[in-house]
Design a protein around this ligand. Structure first.
Ligand SMILES: [Zn+2]
Length: 450
């Protein structure tokens, strides 16, 4: 049982209370064995040091933890910390007798845009590497690992595995940052690849990818098709996952001949060239949504302020590809109406392009029934000037002009995940909300402006 993979341990833990305690103990012991390999009798301090810097362990150590094959051969411990947390962890590593290794491994060029600093520390024959993310989101580094086998992160009390099925079946796919220097059966990243079949794309698959298709956008906050384990709530990984801002996909197109989404990704690509800007484009886009194959699951009606429209229109926003049932705003295909990502991107940040309002900014006397969320477009998409919003907010020409479409959702209450359809009667209040949000400088932080 001590060599069981974590999913099997969880199945066992679900059978009764005694087994649950036993499987939690095994997971905890396994983490302690890995820690003691690197930190000797100071291993008990490692969970707190990791928690303090909001860091995660990734790469080979996390993979060994997941697969349960025994950590004896581990030589590297790879830690990812958010921007600003490196110094604190370095202090601790020096206290437990690690020395900085100036000749340590260099960061791969493809990962460089997501990494601020990369340091290696050595003690005896072990190496600890610390990757400091460019921003506050460690998941941005994890999803840009060279292969799916390394897209795994753990704290002292929990773990998230982004591609559990592939990893368990011994297959792994190159990530968008994966280099072509990787060889089947060789080492990739920090992982000994002898156990895995390395694939550069999905051509090898003989069944439909389904919702796990690597061309579909995913985000860590959703637990769909990913595995999350918690064995010690003091060091849970859920906070790190829930605050993740990064969305990603492995590849732009899927080459699995049996995949339903392969053709539709080129369909979506055409869509993303331009957001609908007038009523004519809006009706074309509505038709595209209806005709999409495979069909989108129904979503909600929202209010669109298209750049060249003379009034806001109510539009259908379906759920995203691969999503069968709506749970949160992240599940909606807002991309149909407001561009959120670059066309060829495989990694994006999106939370800054939306904002939820529970009151009218600068107008506290007007109560709102429920709440509203405004989505804006990605400034990198170079959207056009929004003539509708400018006229509506009675902005002077010399004033700061808003660019791109705006899409507004209505929530049943203060909880931004509970949506309801927008109706014509909502338009007056949303116009007021928008006008005040613009005039008080309260649009979403990422709003593109002239
Ligand atoms: Zn696919």
């Amino acid at each position: 049982m001590h060599r069981c993979a974590l999913p099997a341990l969880r199945t066992l833990g679900n059978t009764c209370k005694t087994y649950r305690r036993m499987s939690d103990d095994i997971r905890q012991n396994r983490f302690e064995r890995i820690s003691s390999l690197f930190f000797g009798d100071k291993y008990e301090d490692f969970p707190v040091a990791l928690l303090r810097c909001k860091g995660v362990v990734t790469g080979s150590a996390a993979l060994e933890m997941y697969l349960g094959r025994g950590p004896e051969d581990l030589r590297d411990l790879n830690i990812v910390v958010p921007h600003g947390a490196l110094a604190d962890l370095e202090d601790w590593l020096v206290r437990v007798n690690y020395e900085e290794d100036q000749d340590g491994v260099t960061v791969k060029p493809a990962l460089a845009q997501h990494v601020r600093t990369f340091c290696a520390y050595r003690a005896h024959d072990r190496t600890v590497t610390v990757t400091e993310a460019k921003g506050s989101d460690v998941m941005e580094v994890i999803v840009n690992s060279p292969t799916t086998a390394e897209m795994i992160a753990m704290t002292a009390g929990g773990m998230i595995v982004l591609y559990p099925e592939l990893t368990e079946s011994g297959d792994c796919l190159l990530g968008p940052s994966g280099g072509w220097d990787l060889k089947e059966g060789g080492r990739f990243g920090s992982v000994n690849g002898a156990w895995a079949n390395l694939h550069s794309d999905t051509r090898y698959m003989s069944v439909p990818c389904g919702a796990t298709c690597p061309s579909i956008w995913r985000h860590a906050r959703s637990d769909r098709n990913m595995l999350t384990f918690v064995w010690d709530k003091r060091y849970t990984i859920r906070d790190i996952v829930q605050s993740a801002r990064t969305e990603w996909r492995l590849m732009e197109n899927c080459y699995n001949l049996h995949c339903n989404y392969g053709a539709s990704s080129s369909n979506l690509r055409r869509w993303r060239l331009r957001s609908p800007s007038s009523w004519l484009h809006v009706s074309d886009r509505e038709l595209d949504i209806i005709q999409h194959n495979p069909p989108f699951a129904p979503g909600f009606k929202a209010l669109l302020y298209a750049t060249q429209s003379d009034q806001p229109v109510i539009v259908n926003v379906p759920t995203a590809e691969g999503i069968e049932e709506y749970r949160t705003l992240d599940d909606l295909n807002v991309e149909c109406w407001v561009r959120q990502r670059q066309i060829t991107a495989c990694c994006a940040q999106r939370l800054h392009l939306r904002k939820t309002y529970k009151i009218i900014p600068g107008h506290s006397s007007v109560g709102i029934d429920g709440s509203y969320t405004i989505f804006v477009e990605d400034p990198g998409a170079h959207p056009a000037h929004n003539a509708l919003v400018t006229a509506l907010a009675r902005l002077k020409v010399s004033a700061e002009l808003v660019l791109g479409n705006l899409l507004v959702f209505k929530h049943k209450d203060d909880d931004a995940s509970t949506l309801c359809d927008m109706v014509d009667d909502d338009k007056g209040l949303v116009n007021l909300l928008l006008r005040n949000a613009i005039k008080t400088g309260n649009l979403p932080p990422g709003t593109p402006r002239l």
